[in-house]
Design a protein around this ligand. Structure first.
Ligand code: AMP
Ligand code: MG
Length: 475
């Protein structure tokens, strides 16, 4: 018996100009590295198949009935410059399913070979970046962050060539859609309002059925992205390449390339090897997202017959975003300190702690977790004990007014995150054919708000010499 998905493909019904059909490149010796059975069940997958058959399916060698593989067209601003044509250069949408929860989701193969949008690239991915995306995206989901998901990772048995020869792999990615800001910029760049309107209607049906036109659609995207970036900030997450082609309409995190979680707190932390100017540094994310939304706004203006009169309303919508991000960030950092609904008066308390943490490079995740579990232990993390004691007096006085601050803190401050040195170690072992560290890390990250004593090493920051200095896209 084999497996089946309840495909119901809608993007594929859009007319010419949105995508190009393309079969995946066959893999020579597919081998299943990981499979997300609970997610498969949520998607409405039925039947069963042995690992060898799952490997054939998720390598793209043997597509399930109803799959209709295609590469989507999109554009994007990359590090500030406009690329009028990017598109799925190494990914194929194989179809959409409506899952058990009624939610429509895309299923996509990433690393499945060249497409019409590949430009100079080979269309392939390596097992390192594929397992990295699998781990980090699933960790984000477990942390409660809107994100694309990972259904399967398959080694292809083929070699890919980067700086060195590497084993190839395909990731099966699931998303509430793969629509990006760059999809709208594609039609804006071509001055094609008719197709842009169809695209918007498709996006509204999937993500915001109450939106009644481009301006309210824009406001919806802004609201979702504001919540998302606040959530990233509250977890110390750095996406690394927040280009508009990596900014979704759904508000899900997408494209885990050089992303990373901070260990020691510093607002200007950058990991991505390609981000030399620090454009996408941790704290700059709150400034870059409004810039990305300005690109969406100017694309959507193509749909306004009298663009002149509308510019002001669109500008205001974009200008409102920093305030939305700020409010969402204040709320989330308040909760990290046990304050259910922080207000302006709490801002100083939050900032004072972050300043202390920055001065000492205190571990972002562990400081907040320790404050909730045992503030005395948190105190030992600061060498300036007097400064910490002063801050703690103010904090104690503030949370005396809260009902169950420790419970709240335990729910929002993870005990474990995908620390870079752990992720790198798991990938290095996988390259040697040992998947045990990957599987163990994946297991621990599935329940990030509770950590068994036996797993406590996963909460440890890197020792000197273990720190990861830079992360790479792996493209
Ligand atoms: P990314 O940096 O992964 O967000 O990709 C940016 C653009 O480059 C997208 O259009 C990708 O499809 C394309 N791309 C990235 N890597 C490759 C590759 N190995 N082959 C072809 N296209 C690629
Ligand atoms: Mg991308």
């Amino acid at each position: 018996m084999s497996i089946a998905f309840p495909f119901d493909n809608s993007f594929a019904t859009l007319p010419e100009g949105f995508f190009l059909r393309q079969p995946p490149r066959p893999a020579s010796a597919p081998e299943l590295l990981a499979f997300n059975a609970p997610l498969a069940a949520d998607l409405g997958m039925t039947g069963e198949a042995p690992p060898e058959e799952l490997a054939q399916i998720f390598a793209g060698n043997q597509l399930p009935e109803g799959a209709d593989p295609l590469a989507q067209a999109y554009a994007g601003h990359q590090f500030g410059g406009f690329s009028p044509q990017l598109g799925d250069g190494r990914a194929l949408l194989i179809g959409e399913v409506v899952g058990r929860d009624g939610q429509r989701r895309d299923i996509q193969l990433k690393g499945s070979g060249r497409t019409a949008f590949s430009r100079g690239g080979d269309g392939l991915a390596g097992i390192g970046p594929v397992l990295r995306e699998y781990l980090v995206s699933e960790a984000m989901a477990a942390l409660g962050v809107p994100t694309t998901r990972s259904l399967a990772a398959v080694a292809t048995g083929d070699t890919i060539y980067r700086e060195t020869a590497l084993p190839g792999a395909v990731l099966t990615r699931v998303a509430s859609s793969h629509l990006r800001v760059g999809h709208f910029e594609f039609f804006a760049g071509r001055r094609d309002p008719a197709r842009m309107r169809l695209l918007m209607e498709h996006a509204i049906a999937r993500h915001d059925p109450r939106a009644d036109g481009p301006l309210s659609f824009l406001k919806g995207v802004i609201a979702r992205q504001a919540e998302l970036v606040a959530q990233w900030l509250s977890l110390g997450f750095i996406h690394g390449v927040m280009n508009t082609d990596n900014t979704t309409i759904s508000g899900e995190t997408i494209d885990y390339g050089p992303c990373a979680f901070m260990d020691g707190y510093h607002p200007q932390t950058v990991f991505s090897s390609i981000d030399r100017q620090g454009r996408y540094a941790y704290d700059n994310q709150r400034h870059v997202l409004p810039w990305n939304m300005a690109q969406l706004a100017s694309a959507l203006l193509l749909l306004e017959e009298e663009a002149e009169g509308q510019v002001e309303a669109y500008t205001q919508a974009v200008h409102a975003m920093p305030g939305l991000i700020d409010a969402a960030t204040l709320r989330r950092f308040g909760q990290k300190l046990g304050i259910a609904e922080a207000d302006e008066a709490d801002r100083g308390l939050i900032e004072a702690l972050l300043t202390l943490m920055q001065n000492e490079g205190a571990d972002f995740t562990n400081t907040f977790r320790a404050l909730g579990e045992d503030p005395g232990r948190a105190g030992t993390m600061f060498s300036d004990t007097a400064a910490f004691a002063g801050w703690r007096r103010d904090w104690d006085a503030r949370i005396a007014r809260e009902e169950a601050p420790q419970d709240l803190m335990a729910r929002v401050n993870p005990a474990v995150i995908p620390r870079n040195h752990r992720v790198e170690a798991a990938l290095a072992a996988a390259h040697q054919g040992d998947l045990a560290p990957f599987r163990d890390l994946h297991r621990v990250l599935a329940t990030p708000f509770s950590l068994a004593e036996a797993d406590s090493a996963y909460a440890a920051p890197p020792r000197p010499g273990e720190e990861v200095q830079a992360t790479f896209c792996g493209t």
